[in-house]
Design a protein around this ligand. Structure first.
Ligand code: AHM
Ligand code: MG
Length: 335
């Protein structure tokens, strides 16, 4: 029987054999994974743990916070602030950055997360997840840490991933040499490597988009989806299938597993916002994972990972997944 490879062993080998990650980053990723296990436990408890429903507060984006949004945020902060690897953290649920308190040693990494993505699905028992992105303080940026240290393009990420809490709890990770998936073994309490070479097929017949917004889209996105909907008789000459979980983690997980394209484009409901999703802790980590698996990610005009963020909670239009479909929708924006 081939031995099971735990996340710990995988990371140790990445550090020791492949010399791919420094030990501080390895330890940081272990802590993030431990926090995800805890969140997975709380999610599983559901109504029994009293964790469902709204918290009665709004976050910085003006969205109603669910109890689990706040719990997951606290779990991640508490798990990560004392380890000595981080300088600061940023989250969808916090307006400013959370600097590691003085009583703990400060490291050089910066951690960003959406503690519980897909909040609208919590109470209806549909897959949700945690998305995270790790950056490093730029060299020569001096002592202390401020929001400007976080404003780095996605191409500067040193690790990124998500944990999806669905029928299985699966952690998906990249440190820049491909994408690996780990399934939580609840009896052992550890994440076990279950896929080491995740690849997204270049072509697909499946798209994911919230169709109820169609009338608000701009012409290139409308054209792309119209052509998919026209099926065999249309210009694409093939029928397409549609899926929309409304949890980005679950939709991206499907794309990493069997291909597809995911779109959350700009729409004219809020014309001043480039999109709904957030660049730094949703689009960037997902775009890097998708690229590392052979896919592509664009905002229609630019590779997402090349966007220079101007603020922490910046939003962005997102089109990612199977390479040839993303290229097609990008070319419609250029036409
Ligand atoms: P959240 O981070 O507040 O949960 O919002 C992000 C989510 C994504 O997971 C998902 O793709 C999208 O919002 C769904 O939006 P909509 O309800 O407009 O379809
Ligand atoms: Mg989210």
């Amino acid at each position: 029987m081939t031995p099971k490879i735990s996340l710990t062993r995988y990371l140790v080998e990445k550090q020791r054999v492949a010399d791919r990650i420094p030990s501080d980053l390895r330890l940081l990723l272990e802590v993030v994974a431990r926090a995800c296990k805890r969140i997975s436990h709380d999610v599983n408890e559901g109504a029994l743990g009293g964790v469902l429903g709204t918290a009665g507060t709004d976050n910085v984006q003006g969205e109603v916070q669910k109890k689990l949004d706040i719990i997951a945020n606290e779990v991640l902060i508490e798990a990560n602030e004392w380890g000595g690897h981080l300088a600061a953290m940023a989250s969808e649920e916090m307006e400013g950055i959370h600097v590691v308190p003085n009583r703990y040693p400060q490291g050089e990494y910066l951690l960003l997360f959406d503690p519980l993505d897909g909040s609208s699905n919590i109470d209806v028992n549909v897959s949700i997840g945690t998305i995270f992105s790790v950056l490093k303080k730029a060299e020569g940026s001096g002592a202390g840490v401020s929001e400007s240290d976080f404003l780095q393009a996605g191409s500067k990420q040193v690790a990124a991933g998500y944990c999806v809490y669905g029928p299985q709890t699966t952690l998906v990770l990249t440190v820049g040499d491909g994408v690996a998936m780990f399934t939580l073994d609840r009896e052992q309490g550890s994440f076990v490597l279950t896929d080491e070479d995740v690849r997204i097929p270049e072509d697909t017949k499946e798209f994911a988009v919230n169709m109820s917004n169609m009338r608000h889209w701009d012409a290139p996105v409308k054209r792309y989806i119209d052509e998919c909907l026209a099926g065999k008789d249309g210009p694409r000459g093939k029928d397409f299938n549609m899926r929309w979980v409304a949890s980005m983690v679950a939709d991206v997980h499907r794309i990493l597993t069997r291909g597809g394209i995911f779109l959350y484009p700009w729409d004219k409901r809020e014309p001043d916002k480039p999109g709904k999703l957030r660049l730094m802790y949703e689009a960037n980590p997902m775009s890097w994972l998708v690229e590392q698996a052979g896919g592509a990610a664009t905002n229609g005009k630019q590779r997402i990972l090349d966007i220079q963020p101007k603020k922490l909670h910046e939003r962005v239009a997102v089109m990612l997944g199977s390479k040839n479909e993303v290229e097609r929708v990008r070319s419609y924006h250029a036409a």
